[in-house]
Design a protein around this ligand. Structure first.
Ligand SMILES: Nc1ncnc2c1ncn2[C@@H]1O[C@H](COP(=O)(O)OP(=O)(O)OP(=O)(O)O)[C@@H](O)[C@H]1O
Ligand SMILES: [Mg+2]
Length: 500
């Protein structure tokens, strides 16, 4: 294999944060190189330097095929053959697939106008090369998240990229879509394209990797051929402690006092058309952790939004035996509900505000006396959560947009938990969260349950649902297809109920 790119002595300093400290990384043509590390380890920052989005501190060097190069910006990186598929998708939802692939470089006809037939045909060819069946004329907003990701990859390939960086590409994909993607990654590598692959999912890492490099606290820790690495060793290199000690054993705190009852909840569609999500009925007890599993599109998030009042529904909701009226999130919050949403950037956080401001947004009144905010008390509470959840931030006054993806997710969890809700709904709580933080989040949810809080955990991560839940409800095509006590909830039974 030939060396394609070599980074040595790369450092990056942000105000108050040394994100990278003399990092070294070598990438070969045709290899899948996994970059692993905890939240905030510096993975995305290193990739932003490689793609010219950020400038490294002086002193390091980047070589491409042996030649020292100063990557001047994203366009220059692209011209050098380096493309990136971001942690957050960057396709434009109201354009078609073909328009997205050829954005800002559309093929023109002899009159200088966009040559649509040719654009569609070329897009079709690019997609066929990936062996994916997506209509190039479809509007991207109508596609699933997985399909949108494939469109991004088609775009990267159409640039004739020699190196494609994928930053947590499967974080929002269904299991099936993730498998399609990992196969595709192997195929691209076999064609000589180098891939940098960032992921927090261990099984996936070992499925795709030729080599694995680990970053810890902004430093290069090691590089191994995948064959010489084991999951245990990888975790040890990432977190610097033993894996076995991370996850505790499950203790149920479920009582038999029903706190929340949902009866025949059915989506109310405008114009009274057929509702996809319907007849949802279940009970949730005090101190219980109830898992909701289903494939992407099964309606899990919709159910939670209906309960939380941000999606119109018919049916009944009872809390403590009494019927309640919830037609907006503020009604739900007044009833003591909290909702950690799945999409942190759209719903959970105000990116331009600080960690502290985001944190106390949900429960500012708690720190007020006579209408004045007691700032020291607010800061102390925030610092408490920064410690418990190990949120990597130089201070509570850091803007949330400057935190790494996983640490943003932890802020979302902290702000709802701090409110001490009676009922806490968490939708994909550990998406994008590293393995150590995952254990911390699980332990936190368990502790909340022991304090009598009832919790609903929605997740497409089956091992996570099984590890954390006292009981599991399985959704399929908008309906409950099974309900299993912890002891009966095996991987096979749950999958069968979700797909069979
Ligand atoms: N623009 C910025 N300003 C200040 N600090 C930043 C900025 N961008 C990143 N950081 C900090 O640099 C460190 C590395 O962040 P980075 O996003 O590279 O982590 P990561 O390894 O990608 O983590 P994750 O797995 O959570 O995505 C973090 O401490 C982060 O808070
Ligand atoms: Mg990242």
């Amino acid at each position: 294999m030939t060396q394609f790119l070599e980074m040595t002595g790369i450092s990056k300093t942000f105000p108050g944060v040394k994100a990278l400290d003399a990092v070294t990384l070598e990438l070969q043509a045709g290899e899948v190189h996994v970059l692993a590390g905890e939240n905030g380890a510096g993975k995305s920052t290193l990739m932003k330097i490689m793609t010219g989005v950020l400038k490294a501190d002086a002193g390091g060097s980047i070589r491409i095929e042996g030649q020292e190069i100063d990557i001047r910006g994203p366009l220059h990186a692209r011209a050098l053959g380096i493309s990136i598929i971001y942690q957050e998708l960057s396709v434009v939802n109201n354009l078609t697939v073909a328009e997205n692939i050829f954005l800002a470089r559309e093929p023109r006809n002899t009159w200088g106008l966009i040559d649509r037939p040719r654009m569609i045909a070329e897009a079709r060819r690019a997609l066929a090369e990936l062996t994916v069946e997506i209509d190039p004329a479809a509007v991207v907003g109508t596609l699933s998240i997985g399909q949108r990701q494939l469109v991004e990859i088609a775009r990267a390939i159409s640039y004739r990229s020699r190196l494609i960086i994928m930053d947590e590409p499967t974080a929002s994909l269904s299991n099936h879509e993730a498998q399609v993607l990992t196969k595709l990654v192997r195929k691209l590598a076999s064609q000589g394209i180098g891939i940098v692959y960032i992921s927090h999912k261990l099984d996936e890492i070992f499925e795709v990797a030729d080599r694995i490099s680990v970053l810890r606290d902004g430093r290069s820790v090691c590089t191994y051929p995948a064959a010489a690495m084991t999951p245990d060793l990888l975790v040890r290199e990432m977190v610097n402690r033993d894996f076995g000690a991370l996850f505790g054993t499950h203790v149920s705190h479920a009582t038999d006092e029903v706190l929340l009852s949902v009866r025949n909840l059915t989506e109310k569609r405008p114009g009274g058309r057929g509702s996809r999500v319907r007849d949802i009925s279940f009970d949730l007890c005090r101190g219980e952790i109830l898992g909701f599993f289903g494939l992407v599109g099964a309606g899990r998030t919709e159910v939670m939004e209906m309960i939380f009042g941000n999606r119109p529904a018919t049916g009944e909701i009872l809390i403590g035996g009494g019927k309640v009226r919830i037609v907006s999130p503020s009604d739900a919050i007044a009833q003591g509900m909290g909702f950690v949403t799945e999409n942190r950037q759209e719903l959970g956080l105000v990116l331009g505000m600080t960690v502290r401001e985001n944190f106390s947004l949900t429960h500012l009144a708690e720190y007020c006396s006579f209408n004045v905010v007691n700032r020291p008390r607010e800061t102390a509470a925030c610092l408490g959560y920064i410690r418990t959840l190990d949120i990597k931030t130089p201070s509570p006054e850091q803007k949330v947009m400057n935190l790494s993806g996983g640490n943003q997710q932890k802020v979302v969890i902290a702000k709802w938990v701090a409110r001490k809700p009676r009922i806490l709904i968490v939708d994909e709580p550990t998406r994008g969260i590293d393995i150590a933080a995952k254990a911390e989040v699980h332990a936190l949810l368990n502790r909340l349950a022991s304090e009598g809080i009832s919790i609903i955990v929605v997740s497409s991560d089956l091992p996570e649902v099984l590890a954390i839940s006292d009981r599991v409800i399985v959704l399929k095509e908008g309906r409950i297809s099974d309900e299993l006590q912890r002891e009966a909830a095996t991987k096979e039974r749950v999958m069968l109920a979700a797909t069979g």
